[in-house]
Ligand binder design. Structure first.
Ligand code: ADP
Length: 450
């Protein structure tokens, strides 16, 4: 039976069949026994009355066909037996039925033969002279009956087994039918029986969840596609502007429209635009490296000492700070460190300090403070520069977003610096907070979990 369900139902059928068959046999067996014993008792009572009335001699004349009659003396000695010679028989004082008759006036007993196919039933009655008369009869048990009915029995069992198989197969088919017909993509709990309903409902719920997730994924996918398209458009636009300027300047120089004395001025413009182009390409590369290399950079993580890193960044920016007369400082315990990607951390701090210098007034300051908190290492970068209007604070981390585009261009900005910072911070599971007021200054707080 390949089918598990069929097999189980079949086993259940056969078990029930065998159990009821067995119980019926035992009921029949005990009924037969009771009936036989009652008959035997009648016989014994009748014989005891006769012997009481006519004496022992009555027994010699009595025809014994079906039963065996034994007369036992008070001490258990056999006085008469209708089957065997009493001389050769053992003392019967210990026989159950004898003892019961002596004690209660009458009593019966049963002894099975070794094969269980037959048994001997005895019934004994106490006579007036205190001797005991016993009647015994051999009886067939239910097992003998079964053996004699072997063929019809075997036929019945065979039919039952066959019926069980058919029943099991049919039931299994009926149980499975609604399950087979269930469309997992589009389950319907109406045509199904109660036991299956929780399962089908769960299926329905799961399908709905999957549908929702697919929609979410599609939405995310679309958003990412849109963002990429927008980014490509922005990048092309940003690259085109300096290129247009460069080719314009080159063209008028080539065509001889520029006077000798102005050439260096135009060359300077070309140089600046080329520089801008270079910055832009560099920032785009950094950004895409951060976006794509998240897993690749995982193994680059090392312990980075923050105050030392901040000082080295400030050294790189010292020249541009001096040009604008901006003072730089860094404070903090020397041994504060985080586990991270050194190059990325350096870029983050560089971009923030660079902004703090670029969007500052002459004579302003940029101050870095490194400190330790309970679960974080914190870097604060503060300036007293032009500040960021409240309305723009949300958006400055977007790519190419600039509060004042021409100012940003003037100071060599690309609009990508803070995007790079945001991505780098995410790579470190770190948080960034911005506090800024127009005309007063900006404070950026970076906290790295430790
Ligand atoms: P950019 O290359 O233009 O500096 P960023 O992404 O670094 O691009 O910064 C986005 C914008 O946020 C800048 O154009 C500037 O308007 C504003 N900004 C950033 N940092 C500061 C700051 N410390 N003070 C004032 N404005 C700032």
């Amino acid at each position: 039976m390949r089918n598990e369900l069929t097999r189980r139902i079949f086993i259940a059928c056969v078990t029930v069949f065998l159990l009821s068959f067995g119980m019926m046999l035992s009921v029949m067996n005990s009924y037969l026994a009771r009936k036989n014993l009652a008959e035997l008792k009648d016989r014994a009572m009748y014989l005891s009355d006769a012997v009481n009335a006519y004496g022992q001699d009555f027994l010699y004349a009595f025809p014994n066909e079906t039963e065996r009659i034994t007369l036992i003396d008070t001490d258990g000695t056999v006085l008469f037996d209708s089957l065997l010679d009493p001389e050769e028989m053992e003392n019967h004082a210990r026989r159950e039925e004898f003892q019961e008759a002596v004690l209660n006036g009458q009593g019966g007993s049963e002894r099975y033969s070794d094969s269980l196919l037959t048994k001997t039933a005895n019934y004994a009655v106490l006579l007036d002279n205190q001797q005991v008369i016993r009647v015994s009869m051999q009886q067939d048990t239910v097992f003998r009956l079964m053996i004699s009915l072997l063929y019809p029995m075997a036929l019945i069992i065979l039919i039952m087994l066959l019926l069980s198989v058919l029943l099991a197969a049919e039931s299994a088919k009926k149980i499975m039918k609604p399950i087979r017909q269930l469309d997992p993509e589009n389950p319907d709990d109406r045509n199904i029986y109660d036991e299956m309903k929780p399962f089908v409902r769960r299926l329905i719920a799961q399908n709905q969840q999957i549908q929702k997730q697919i929609q979410q994924l599609q939405a995310e996918h679309k958003k990412r596609d849109d963002m990429r398209r927008e980014f490509t458009a922005n990048v092309s636009h940003e690259l085109k502007t300096p290129l247009t300027s460069i080719s314009g300047f080159a063209e008028i120089i080539r065509d001889g429209y520029v006077q000798e004395k102005d050439i260096s001025h135009f060359a300077d413009n070309i140089y600046k635009e080329a520089q801008r182009l270079m910055n832009l390409v560099n920032d785009i590369l950094k950004l895409s490296r951060l976006e794509e290399g998240i897993t690749a950079m995982q193994e680059e993580r090392t312990s980075v000492v923050l105050p030392e890193l901040c000082r080295s960044v400030l050294e790189r920016l010292a020249l541009s700070a001096r040009k604008q007369n901006i003072s730089l400082s860094c404070e903090g315990e020397a041994d504060i460190s985080v586990i991270g990607i050194r190059r990325t951390l350096e870029e983050i701090i560089y971009n923030l300090c660079d902004n703090a210098i670029k969007y500052n007034h002459a004579g302003g300051f940029v101050r870095i403070t490194v400190s330790r908190e309970e679960y974080a290492a914190v870097i604060q970068i503060e300036d007293n520069g032009i500040g960021i209007p409240k309305a723009d604070q949300e958006r400055i981390f977007e790519r190419f977003y600039r509060v004042n585009k021409s100012h940003s261009k003037e100071v060599g900005g690309t609009g990508l610096g803070l995007s790079i910072v945001k991505h780098g911070m995410a790579l470190h599971h770190a948080q960034i907070q911005l506090e800024s007021e127009e005309g007063i200054g900006t404070r950026i707080r970076l906290s790295f979990p430790v």
